[in-house]
Write a protein that binds this ligand. Structure first.
Ligand SMILES: [Mn+2]
Length: 370
């Protein structure tokens, strides 16, 4: 499994925080039910390198159950949960519960053995920024280790060509090690599996939707974990669907047709909601009565809605005496949405310090991105 992002509060909603815990618990229940020998987690266990006490506690409770079931977990850090500078990784706190964190500074390996069978598990935690150039060397070193083992797994958290837009990729698919039985990757949230060539390669994918961009793949293939069987150096995987993921929709429409468009998607997927109220983002083009839209959305029983987004409309700002700071103009621009004005101001403050950090902060706040 991968990218569980415990502690994520998408759109700053309580229900979304719970959804991530629930999806994680379901993944673990599958592991117990299917009597797996061990779990491989490919990074972004937590949503940040400094998780909330709630997120840590949720993880501890599940890890205790896994310990009772005799199922250890091997994992690496993703880009989200690798600590800055000198702090320790959060997952390392739980080593006494059978949690093994691999590859802090590069390739690290350990062996799982049971009934005379051995599996070499090699992990490389996420390498980015200046560390990225190290990646090819680390993969080469990992491949050397794999040559000497019959059954082997590589855990890595990077973007590989063919699975994300070219610009965002950190490694070429062709450059991945070839001697492993299974390449268990994390980072790309839309699950994918490539079983027509050796080694078996997979992005298990996130267990819940972290970004609005994951909606379309989710509607096609759902979210899942991989149940992997290793035998004589060959790996086979079965995708086991997660049934508790909350349905989300993005309805892009206009003031005339949005009600019909919302009804259409709800109708189409209604029998799959599984007891969880779906969450809908409505994005409207053109201009019209916004209050009327908010009223119409609040009448739905069957779905909950994020505040609607109104796009491509002209905003006129009236210039008044005394308006001299950027903050005054931001407030004037967002005059009918003080919440958005506050967000914009906060973003502006961050951006003045450090542009990259500001974008990261904003993505986090809005729940966008991997
Ligand atoms: Mn992730």
């Amino acid at each position: 499994m991968s990218d569980t992002h415990l502690g994520s509060r998408q759109y700053m909603r309580d229900d979304r925080e719970n959804d991530f815990y629930e999806a994680f618990r379901e993944a673990m229940e599958i592991a117990i039910e299917r009597k797996v020998d061990f779990i491989v987690h490919s990074g972004d266990l937590f949503d940040t390198w400094s998780p909330s006490n709630r997120a840590l506690t949720e993880f501890k409770e599940t890890a205790l159950k896994m310990k009772d079931a005799g199922i250890p977990m091997y994992l690496i850090m993703g880009d989200h949960d690798r600590p800055k500078r000198t702090d320790y990784p959060a997952a390392k706190i739980f080593d006494f519960l059978g949690i093994t964190l691999l590859g802090h500074d590069g390739v690290e390996s350990c062996t799982y053995s049971k009934d005379g069978e051995e599996v070499l598990i090699v992990g490389i935690s996420n390498l980015k920024g200046s560390r990225k150039d190290q990646l090819i060397e680390e993969y080469a070193e990992a491949d050397k280790l794999a040559q000497a083992a019959k059954n082997s797994i590589l855990i890595s958290h990077q973007a590989v060509t063919g699975y994300l837009i070219e610009d965002a990729c950190e490694a070429k698919y062709e450059d991945l090690p070839k001697h492993f039985s299974y390449l268990a990757f994390g980072h790309v949230h839309d699950g994918a599996i490539k079983s027509d060539s050796y080694p078996l390669f997979s992005y298990a994918g996130s267990t819940e939707m972290k970004s609005i961009r994951e909606i379309s793949a989710f509607l096609k293939q759902g979210k899942a974990v991989n149940l992997v069987t290793l035998e004589n150096g060959e790996a086979k995987a079965e995708r086991i669907p997660l049934t508790k993921v909350r349905y989300q929709f993005l309805v892009e429409s206009d003031f005339k047709s949005y009600v019909g468009d919302i009804d259409k998607v709800l109708e189409k997927y209604r029998d799959r909601f599984g007891g969880k109220v779906p969450l809908v983002t409505v994005r409207l083009n053109g201009s019209g009565d916004k209050e009327e839209v908010r009223r119409a959305l609040s009448k739905y029983q069957e779905a909950s809605f994020r505040p609607p987004e109104f796009i491509s409309e002209t905003v006129e700002i009236e210039s008044r005496p005394g308006m001299d700071t950027a903050s005054d103009y931001i407030k004037a621009y967002f005059k009918d949405n003080p919440q958005l004005a506050e967000l914009a101001q906060e973003f502006y403050r961050h951006a003045r310090q450090d542009r990259e950090e500001a974008i990261r902060w904003l993505r986090e706040k809005l729940g966008i991105g991997e």
